[in-house]
Design a protein around this ligand. Structure first.
Ligand SMILES: C[S@@+](CC[C@H](N)C(=O)[O-])C[C@H]1O[C@@H](n2cnc3c(N)ncnc32)[C@H](O)[C@@H]1O
Length: 616
C-alpha cells in the first residue's frame, strides 16, 4: 500500500530525475545549506555536455576526476568526418549474414553507429586493455615529432596517426586510460536498449577507477554486480613472486541501462528426468521419502506416524514431523502398496533455475589458460594473444541475458571470443543472436612469429578465428545458424572536404567543382554512408540492379533506393518511383540541370508522394 506523504512534490528532485535520465553522469552529491549531503546536478559537467568548447570551473563535490575528464566529454561528443566502407572480399556470406566485423578505432566506430544502432544493442561485453603498462596503446598526434620514437613503438594506425604504449613512466598513466574509457563508455551507453546490459572485464590495475566512471556514466542505481572470475589456474612460481599474494581473479562489472527494465532468463542445467505419473496438478515422478538408519543411533522421534503409517524398524522419515505432515497435507506424498513416496511435479522442477552467482569458478567458466589453449587449437600457437577470454564466460551471460534476434556488441574484440561464443550459444539453443565486433587494426611486428604466420594486423587474426570457429561449430553441431559476417572498415568520408567548408571555396579547383565525391569511392561506399546517415542497420539486405544501364541500389526492399550514376533518365526515375521507396537518394550529378531535378520531384509527387527524396 502506498503511504500518503501529505507534502507537496519535491519538484527539484523530480527535475534532477529528468536530467539524470538524459545525462546520468552529471548527477552528483553535494552539501546543502544545513550541511546535509544531497543529490545534485554538477553544473560544470552539464555545461560541458551542452558545449563544444572546454568549460572551466571547479567546486568541491563527490566525484572521480582526473586531468582530461572534460576533454573526454568533448572528445566523445565531437562529430567526425568519417564513414564505414564495405570490405566484401573479407566477409563471409555477405548477402545473408546479420553479423558485423568493423575495423577501426572504437571511438570512431561508436560515433559512426550512433544513428543506426541507437537503443538497439541488448548486451555489450568488453575486455579493454587493463592498463598493465604494456597493453594500452594510445594515439598521440601532438606531443612527439621524433622519428626515433615512431620507430621504437613501431605502430601506426590506419590513418598514419602514431600509437604509443601507455607505460607507468607516463605522468598521465591512469588519466590517459580513464580519458580513453570515459569517452567510449559514454557514447556506448546510447547504443544500449532500455533493457540492455553492459559487462566490462577488468583486473586490479584499474578496477577501482573503472567502478568510479561506470557509476557516473550508467548511474549507481544501474549497477547490478561485480563478478569475480578465477582467471588463473597456476600460480606464478618464479623468484619472489611465489611468496607474494597470488592474484588469480579478474572482475566483470555489470550495469544496466535501466535496472527496472532488465530481465534475466533462468537457465537450467539439471539432469533430464522423466515424469511417468499424472494427476490433476500435472505430470510427476516419485522418489523415496524414507531413509535407512545408519549404525542404529537415529532418534526414535524420526519414526513418527503419518496417515497411520510408521516406518519399519531400521528406517526413518527424511524430514521432521511438521515438514512431512505438511507435505502429506498438501498432496505431495503418495502411498503405493502401503509405502510412502514423495511426489515431484515436472512444472515445479523445471521452473527451478541455476542462480547466476557472482563468483565464476574456473571449472564452470574456464581460465585465461584454457581460453588460450582453445585459441591455439583453432589458430595454431602463433596468434600472439596473451589474454584470451574463454568463451564459457560469454556463454553464461549470453544465455541469461539475450534472446532470439538480440544484438550483442564487443568493441574491444581482440581475437573474437565474443563472436565465437555467440555462434556457439546459438548452435546450442537454436536462437538467432547477432553480433557486432569492433577491433583496431593494430599492426603486427614484422619480426614476430604472428607476422610470419601470415597476419599483418590484429583484425586479420580476429576474422580468421571467427571463420575457423564457425567451421568447427558447424562440424561439431551440424546447426544451421548464421556463421557469416560483413566486414566494414573506418575510412575518411566519401565526400570531398571542400563541399563542407564553404570558407575554403576559393581553393577549389575545377575537378573538385565537377564532383563532390572522392574518385576512389564506389556506389556501394556511398550507399553505406547514406544508410548510416539515415539510421539504417548495416546488416540489412542490399541488392543492386541494372536499369537501362544505370546501377540502382535497393536496401531492405524499398526502404531505401539509391542511384549515384550521372544523368539518370526520366524512365529510370519512373521505374524507381513505381517501387514506392520510403527514401530515395540521388547525386547532384544524377540530374542534367535544375529543370531535370524539378521534374523528378514532380514525378515522385505523382507516383509515390510519401517518398523522402534526398541528394548527395
Ligand atoms: C584484452 S584484448 C581483448 C581480448 C578478447 N576479449 C579476446 O578474448 O580475444 C583488447 C583488445 O582491444 C583492442 N583495442 C585497444 N584499443 C582499441 C581501440 N581504440 N579500438 C578498437 N580496439 C582497441 C586491442 O587491440 C586488443 O585486441
Amino acid at each position: 500500500m502506498n503511504k500518503l506523504t501529505m507534502k507537496s512534490k519535491d519538484l527539484t528532485q523530480e527535475n534532477i530525475d529528468k536530467i539524470a535520465a538524459i545525462f546520468p553522469s552529471v548527477v552528483t552529491e553535494a552539501m546543502d545549506g544545513q550541511g546535509n549531503i544531497q543529490r545534485n546536478i554538477d553544473f560544470d559537467l552539464l555545461k560541458q555536455e551542452l558545449s563544444d568548447v572546454l568549460v572551466e570551473g571547479e567546486k568541491e563535490r563527490y566525484q572521480l576526476t582526473w586531468p582530461g575528464k572534460k576533454e573526454a566529454i568533448l572528445e566523445g561528443n565531437r562529430p567526425i568526418d568519417k564513414t564505414l566502407r564495405p570490405v566484401i572480399k573479407d566477409s563471409l556470406n555477405w548477402e545473408k549474414t546479420q553479423n558485423l566485423y568493423i575495423e577501426g578505432d572504437n571511438l570512431e566506430v561508436l560515433k559512426i553507429l550512433q544513428e543506426s544502432y541507437l537503443n538497439k544493442v541488448k548486451m555489450i561485453y568488453i575486455d579493454p586493455p587493463y592498463n598493465t603498462g604494456k597493453d594500452f596503446l594510445y594515439k598521440d598526434n601532438f606531443s612527439e615529432t621524433n622519428e626515433e620514437y615512431l620507430d621504437e613503438s613501431g605502430q601506426i594506425d590506419e590513418n598514419g596517426s602514431r600509437l604509443f604504449q601507455n607505460t607507468e613512466s607516463n605522468g598521465r598513466f591512469h588519466s590517459d586510460w580513464l580519458t580513453m574509457m570515459y569517452a567510449r563508455l559514454k557514447i556506448a551507453r546510447n547504443l544500449l536498449r532500455d533493457d540492455g546490459v553492459i559487462l566490462i572485464s577488468i583486473d586490479d590495475n584499474e578496477s577501482h577507477n573503472l567502478r568510479g566512471i561506470t557509476d557516473e556514466i550508467f548511474g549507481v542505481n544501474n549497477f547490478l554486480a561485480t563478478f569475480v572470475w578465477k582467471s588463473r589456474r597456476k600460480p606464478i612460481n618464479v623468484g619472489e613472486a611465489k611468496f607474494k599474494p597470488q592474484r588469480c581473479s579478474e572482475y566483470i562489472l555489470m550495469y544496466s541501462k535501466n535496472s527496472d527494465k532488465v530481465q534475466f532468463m533462468p537457465t537450467y542445467s539439471g539432469e533430464e528426468r522423466s515424469y511417468p505419473h499424472e494427476d490433476s496438478k500435472g505430470k510427476y515422478r516419485l522418489t523415496t521419502i524414507l531413509k535407512s538408519n545408519r549404525g542404529g543411533n537415529e532418534r526414535a522421534t524420526m519414526r513418527f506416524e503419518i496417515n497411520g503409517y510408521v516406518p519399519p524398524e531400521g528406517q526413518r522419515w527424511q524430514g521432521g514431523e511438521d515438514f512431512i505432515q505438511d507435505l502429506f497435507n498438501n498432496g505431495y506424498i503418495e502411498f503405493k502398496n502401503g509405502v510412502p513416496f514423495r511426489k515431484y511435479y515436472q512444472n515445479e522442477e523445471e521452473a527451478e533455475h541455476d542462480p547466476l552467482y557472482t563468483f565464476l569458478s574456473e571449472e564452470k567458466t574456464g581460465s585465461s589458460e584454457s581460453g588460450k589453449t582453445y585459441l591455439n587449437n583453432i589458430l595454431g600457437n602463433n596468434h600472439g594473444f596473451d589474454t584470451v577470454k574463454p568463451k564459457e564466460i560469454l556463454n553464461i551471460f549470453l544465455t541469461t541475458l539475450t534472446n532470439n534476434g538480440d544484438l550483442v556488441m564487443d568493441f574491444f574484440s581482440g581475437s573474437g571470443t565474443t563472436a565465437d561464443s555467440v555462434m556457439q550459444t546459438n548452435a546450442i539453443d537454436g536462437k538467432s543472436r547477432k553480433y557486432i565486433m569492433v577491433q583496431l587494426p593494430v599492426d603486427i611486428d614484422k619480426d614476430s612469429p604472428t607476422y610470419k604466420a601470415g597476419y599483418k594486423n590484429i583484425c586479420e587474426i580476429g576474422k580468421e578465428r571467427i571463420r575457423r570457429a564457425a567451421k568447427k561449430i558447424k562440424e561439431e553441431t551440424g546447426a544451421e545458424i548464421d556463421y557469416g559476417f560483413r566486414v566494414y572498415r573506418v575510412d575518411s568520408s566519401n565526400m570531398k572536404d571542400v563541399y563542407y567548408t564553404p570558407d575554403k571555396l576559393g581553393q577549389m579547383n575545377l575537378d573538385d567543382m565537377a564532383s563532390n565525391i572522392k574518385e576512389d569511392r564506389t556506389g556501394e561506399d556511398l550507399l553505406i554512408q547514406v544508410m548510416l546517415e539515415c539510421g539504417l542497420e548495416l546488416s540489412l539486405p542490399m541488392e543492386s540492379k541494372e536499369i537501362e544501364g544505370k546501377t540502382v541500389h535497393y536496401v531492405a526492399g524499398n526502404s531505401l533506393i539509391a542511384c549515384f550514376d550521372d544523368e539518370v533518365s526520366e524512365s529510370v526515375i519512373k521505374k524507381i518511383a513505381e517501387d514506392q521507396p520510403l527514401r530515395v537518394v540521388f547525386r547532384d550529378s544524377s540530374f542534367r540541370d535544375d529543370s531535370a531535378r524539378i521534374n523528378v520531384e514532380e514525378l515522385f509527387k505523382l507516383l509515390s508522394p510519401s517518398t523522402e527524396i534526398q541528394v548527395l
